[in-house]
Write a protein that binds this ligand. Structure first.
Ligand code: NAD
Ligand code: ZN
Length: 359
């Protein structure tokens, strides 16, 4: 069976396109109980962007601090219950922020129409009904969360996405001006998520002409942004990074991620390490699997003097390392793609533990 994926319905791209958001929302204002819910990264509170949010009287604008923890099932359930109780069913939910806010907007859109806790829907195609109209406005680029069909949530038992066709945004507004203020380290770590998506998507059995075309273009853009003569945080590169993130996301959607993401999930689940940072920590030591990619990655680290710690595993207990290796091992789709269908004959939990000990 070949994958059959739904894409975003409408996309606007360009510097300043954020100012079109009001017009885009206007035709949706009569839906449901006639108010909009904006979920916005706390970073923008009291910043100029906050005063440009096209909210009207009756709308709800929620600023959310994404640095406390990654989005949780409890947080989504509470937000949904609070809004339904106080105001009813919104016409739309608009997420303005990074991967965390994208996931919150996608998840809450689904949970407005699906009963019970979001923990019931963590997995593939468990969601019963379409959510409400939802719009993504990314303000940091790399995860591809703006195009993916999953909303990753951490629950009491698992970190797993609400994954189905209805998760995909109805509309995305790509305004590269919005990513100009991203701090340099985050620009790098989150940007590297897309670079790693492409390297992993390309190096595995599920790679195909379709995923390859997206990865090839995204990698070309990443090289211009992070290595080329004109590399760095410039308006031109911000345009490119937004597109690279989207294409990297599409590449992995039609292929798969690999060893780095398998390790990264272990680091996030057991140590609470943030996704993009964890990827960088792991990828730095995966030259056996991705020799050219890791070599180029190291060049980019040097070029931008990025602080990437090593020797972290000295501080980890054997139990933690085994727990991380077990989380990784239990992502068979990633190992299958990266190593091949006989991966279980080639990779054991002990081998994965040895990879964690390199970090
Ligand atoms: P993020 O949303 O966690 O934000 C990272 C930091 O950047 C935060 O401090 C935030 O306040 C700040 N920030 C965001 N925009 C800014 C701006 N314009 N200026 C200044 N600061 C800004 O970052 P992320 O790396 O994009 O997202 C990580 C999350 O994405 C994780 O929770 C991960 O699980 C999730 N994720 C989801 C998918 C998916 O397909 N759904 C894929 C990969 C990762
Ligand atoms: Zn990723």
């Amino acid at each position: 069976m070949h994958k059959n994926f739904k894409g975003i319905e409408k996309t606007v791209f360009g510097r300043g396109s954020f100012d079109q958001l009001g017009d885009i929302l206007e035709e949706k204002r009569d839906l449901n109980d006639g108010f909009m819910l904006f979920v916005v990264d706390q970073y923008f509170h009291n910043k100029p962007l906050a005063s440009r949010i096209p909210s009207k009287s009756g709308d709800v604008v929620k600023f959310i601090d994404v640095d406390v923890h990654e989005p949780t099932t409890e947080q989504i359930d509470l937000l949904r219950d609070e809004i339904l109780e106080q105001k009813g069913l919104p016409s739309a939910v608009i997420g303005i922020g990074g991967g965390s806010i994208m996931d919150i907007a996608k998840a809450v859109s689904l949970m407005f129409t699906n009963e019970g806790s979001s923990t019931l829907y963590q997995g593939l195609n468990l969601v019963k009904k379409p959510g409400i109209y939802h719009v993504g406005v990314p303000t940091i680029s790399g995860t591809g969360a703006e195009v993916s069909m999953t909303a990753v949530l951490t629950g009491p038992e698992k970190k797993l996405g609400l994954k189905c066709e209805w998760t995909v945004f109805n509309q995305v507004v790509y305004d590269p001006n919005l990513i100009a203020t991203v701090p340099r380290n985050w620009w790098f770590y989150t940007g590297m998520d897309t670079y790693i998506h492409c390297i992993e998507s390309e190096n595995g059995i599920l790679n195909n002409a379709y995923s390859h075309a997206f990865a090839e273009q995204s990698l070309k853009l990443c090289r211009e942004i992070f290595i080329g003569e004109k590399s760095g945080q410039t308006p031109e590169n911000d345009d490119k990074l937004m597109v690279a993130s989207m294409m990297g996301g599409l590449s992995l959607t039609y292929s798969e991620v690999g060893v780095c993401h398998a390790l990264s999930y272990g680091l996030s689940k057991i140590l609470g390490m943030r996704h993009c940072y964890a990827n960088c920590i792991a990828f730095n030591h995966l030259e056996d699997y991705y020799p050219d990619g890791v070599k180029e990655f190291k060049e980019m680290i040097r070029k931008h003097s990025i602080d990437l710690p090593q020797g972290l595993s000295k501080e980890w207990t054997d139990a933690q390392i085994t727990a991380m290796a077990t989380v990784s091992y239990n992502l068979p789709h990633m190992w299958n793609h990266a190593i091949g269908t006989d991966w279980k004959e080639k990779v054991t939990i002990k081998d994965i533990e040895a990879l964690f000990r390199r970090l």
